[in-house]
Design a protein around this ligand. Structure first.
Ligand SMILES: CC(C)(COP(=O)(O)OP(=O)(O)OC[C@H]1O[C@@H](n2cnc3c(N)ncnc32)[C@H](O)[C@@H]1OP(=O)(O)O)[C@@H](O)C(=O)NCCC(=O)NCCS
Length: 142
């Protein structure tokens, strides 16, 4: 029998391509993964993902929705970052993000919405003309 998905959250299947190994310099004062470090990793991954999707390295982080730190990671853990495009706007791209522990598969963090905006050389929004997900990095070589 199929179980219904919880109706409080939209479920976007995503691939977990990026892995990080939690090292001593990534820890907070309690000896667990520092949240600020994790957010920096996410922002960089989301930027690279957006560059590939929008075919330009002229894009900036515009918005992040609330961040839910569900569980923590310890030194030596391997974590996986999953990012997926959920909406192509005129100048923006909306992503969703999840991070999980590779060994236990436990969710570490979720971010419902991250928005990147394509900008011109003056930092003004420009139309990116993209409408659907690219699954390879072919666009970087155009
Ligand atoms: C990104 C920036 C150029 C956008 O300028 P802006 O005047 O807000 O632009 P607009 O109002 O035209 O909005 C641009 C797009 O962002 C979307 N957007 C704006 N504010 C948003 C918000 N709070 N949440 C979600 N999307 C938002 C708009 O819907 C629009 O999308 P669309 O064109 O696909 O419909 C400007 O806010 C900026 O320079 N911000 C600083 C970026 C930065 O330094 N980031 C950190 C380092 S990378």
């Amino acid at each position: 029998m199929l179980l219904p998905l919880p109706c409080t959250a939209i479920y976007y299947p995503m691939n977990f391509y990026t892995r990080k190994w939690v090292k001593p310099e990534d820890l907070n004062a309690h000896g667990t993964l520092f949240g600020g470090r994790l957010l920096a990793w996410i922002d960089e991954e989301a930027a690279i993902y957006s560059i590939i999707q929008l075919g330009t390295n002229g894009c900036v982080t515009k918005y992040m929705s609330e961040i839910n730190f569900v569980s923590s990671a310890r030194q030596g853990d391997i974590i996986e970052l999953g990012i997926k495009a959920t909406h192509f706007g005129h100048t923006s791209l909306t992503l969703t993000c999840a991070v999980r522990n590779k060994i236990t598969q436990k969710t570490i963090l979720t971010i419902d919405k991250i928005v990147f905006v394509a900008v011109d050389e003056n930092g003004k929004p420009i139309k990116h003309g993209r409408t659907e997900i690219t699954y390879t990095d072919e666009r970087l070589r155009e």
